[in-house]
Design a protein around this ligand. Structure first.
Ligand code: PEP
Ligand code: MG
Length: 541
């Protein structure tokens, strides 16, 4: 199919600056041979598997050299996954059943992946594992994998989506990226935002672009324009760090001690979301209070100065935690998850709060605690009682379930703060599974219904003298963070790679400017109108 000059392909923009450059089409890599049983001995297949694993390990080490810090971290994490003893044992089990080395590794990874399930975080781990599986199988079959990108020039890469190993191999010549699938929280979107690469994701029509086609990647306009140069771009915005203080506190989201250290390299004012369940992804036994205290103490000690908001375990649905025995549910996103675990696993929540109190004493840090997925004021009260009985914490809840939005005023005197999880709030508000990239448009944080819901939350919380933050992925978008400040939120929490960019944006406007921009976003009738209103407004300042 040919495109005409100026033809617009719609997608979801990531970033605030447009680029125009020729396309390099990245085709899906060569098909791997079908899995089969083999006549060769266990020893021969085991040797083939081990040699392929160590070759992939060396490939990762090579890619890691000279990669930026974020990518280098990804490669280290991939190496750890690749050489996991349990995974190898599982694969050897399949070898003993007569499967070939490639089949055995592929099956072992599938089994592992099934245990993990996915939310953006887990989902990424599953994708990482599957990418490693393909690499190992390709090595065994003698098939070349990995991107071979130019080092010089400026290009726009077009693909279905990119694996972590692919994005880490992006060279300086990658000026723009277009993916046909993937949503606003996909790995590609997160990396492009962190590296300031203009991107449009979830753009199915781009599948027909060919090598050499000139395209304008216009993230602010949520579009790609065929044959166009940057003069046609929707206005672009960049924020410069002037050293000024941001309008509201900018905290960091973390899930591990490594994240805490990364956040400490930024100007984050403490931590706005510590996702504790990420510590327990592959833990088969319930950790004792002593083990938990040691872990939390380590994370609290490494975290940037400022308050540390710790979320009690958010297990269930997209966040499977192996040691919690949770019943199978037909629709787990609407099931017993988050704070609802208090019904069958009260002991774990109590232990967690006690361990946090101990870690708080040991480190002297200002620890706040909050519960996930709270739906009623009654649940909020129950959590507040548990937390206050355990220690001297500031107590809060996450606002992720639309029902609690209608009860914010009843939280006065019950909680000290609320933190809005826009990832789940969007999922439940729009009835759109957050893991379904085909629904990326509904999960777009510029949706007017989400912005109006956020305005109500900020107003009602302020009237109830409850401090309000946003810790969902939307707060990692610098332009959106300005809207949040204008709506009345008193803090945002972003992924560590975005903290400094969000800070610079929030230092570039006055409170009255932010309020006027938020008013324009509130009046907009579509996501693109809301985003353009802010970008145009910022350009006029
Ligand atoms: C959210 O739902 O926005 C959130 C921050 O929590 P998580 O992404 O861990 O579900
Ligand atoms: Mg959530």
């Amino acid at each position: 199919m040919g495109f005409s000059q100026g033809q617009v392909l719609k997608g979801l923009g990531v970033g605030l600056v447009a680029v125009s450059a020729p396309v390099i089409r990245i085709l899906p890599s060569q098909e791997l041979p079908a899995w089969h049983r083999t006549e060769s001995s266990f020893d021969v297949e085991q040797a083939a598997l081990r040699s392929a694993i160590s070759s992939v390990e060396s490939d990762l080490a090579r890619l890691s050299e000279g990669a930026d810090e974020t990518s280098s971290d990804i490669f280290s994490a991939l190496s750890i996954l690749l050489t996991d003893e349990e995974l190898l044992e599982m694969a050897e089990g399949f070898l003993s059943d007569g499967w070939s080395a490639a089949a055995a590794f592929g099956m072992a990874v599938n089994e592992f992946a099934e245990i993990l399930g996915g939310d953006p975080d887990f989902d990424e781990r599953v994708k990482d594992l599957q990418d490693l599986s393909r690499r190992v199988q390709a090595h065994i079959a003698g098939i070349k994998v990995g991107l071979d990108l130019p080092l010089e020039g400026r290009y726009v890469l077009v693909a279905d989506d990119f694996s972590p190993a692919d994005t880490a191999a992006f060279t300086k010549a990658v000026a723009g990226v277009i993916t046909t699938s993937g949503g606003p929280t996909s790995h590609t979107a997160i990396i492009c935002r962190a590296r300031s690469i203009a991107a449009v994701v979830s753009c199915p029509e781009a599948a027909d672009l060919a090598d050499g086609d000139l395209v304008l990647v216009d993230p602010v306009g949520d579009r790609v324009v065929y044959g166009s140069d940057v003069s046609l771009a929707t206005k672009a915005i960049s924020f410069i760090d002037t050293g000024a203080e941001p309008l509201i506190s900018v905290r960091a989201n973390i899930g591990s001690v490594e994240d805490a250290r990364k956040a400490d390299q930024t100007k984050a004012d403490g931590v706005g979301l510590f996702r504790t369940e990420l510590l327990y992804l592959s833990t088969n036994e319930q950790p004792s209070r002593a083990v938990q205290t040691a872990k939390y103490t380590e994370v609290l000690s490494a975290a940037p100065a400022g308050p540390i908001v710790v979320r009690t375990i958010d297990a269930g649905s997209d966040k499977p935690v192996p040691f919690l025995d949770m019943p199978h549910e037909e629709n787990p996103a609407l099931g017993v998850r988050g704070f609802r675990l208090v019904r069958d696993h009260r002991d774990f929540i109590v232990d967690q709060l006690a361990s946090l109190a101990e870690a708080k004493r040991a480190t002297g840090r200002d620890v706040w605690v909050m519960a996930p997925m709270v739906a009623t004021a009654e649940e909020a009260s129950e959590f507040a009682s548990l937390a206050k009985a355990a220690g001297d914490f500031k107590v809060g809840i996450m606002v992720e379930v639309p029902a609690i939005v209608q009860q914010i005023s009843e939280l006065a005197g019950v909680v000290d703060f609320i933190s809005v999880g826009t990832n789940d709030l969007s999922q439940y508000l729009f009835g759109a599974d957050r893991q379904n990239s085909a629904l990326g448009g509904l999960l777009n944080h510029w949706q007017p219904a989400l912005i109006r819901t956020l305005a109500k939350i900020a107003n009602d919380a302020s009237a109830a003298a409850i401090s309000t933050g946003v810790c969902g992925e939307s707060a990692s978008d610098p332009a959106f963070a300005i809207v949040l400040a204008g709506l009345g939120f008193t803090s945002v929490s972003a992924s560590p790679t975005q903290v400094d960019a969000v800070r610079s944006a929030l230092a570039a406007v006055s409170l009255s400017q932010a309020k006027s921009l938020a008013g324009q976003a509130l009046a907009a009738k579509s996501p693109s109108a809301a985003k353009s209103a802010i970008v145009d407004g910022l350009a006029r300042l």
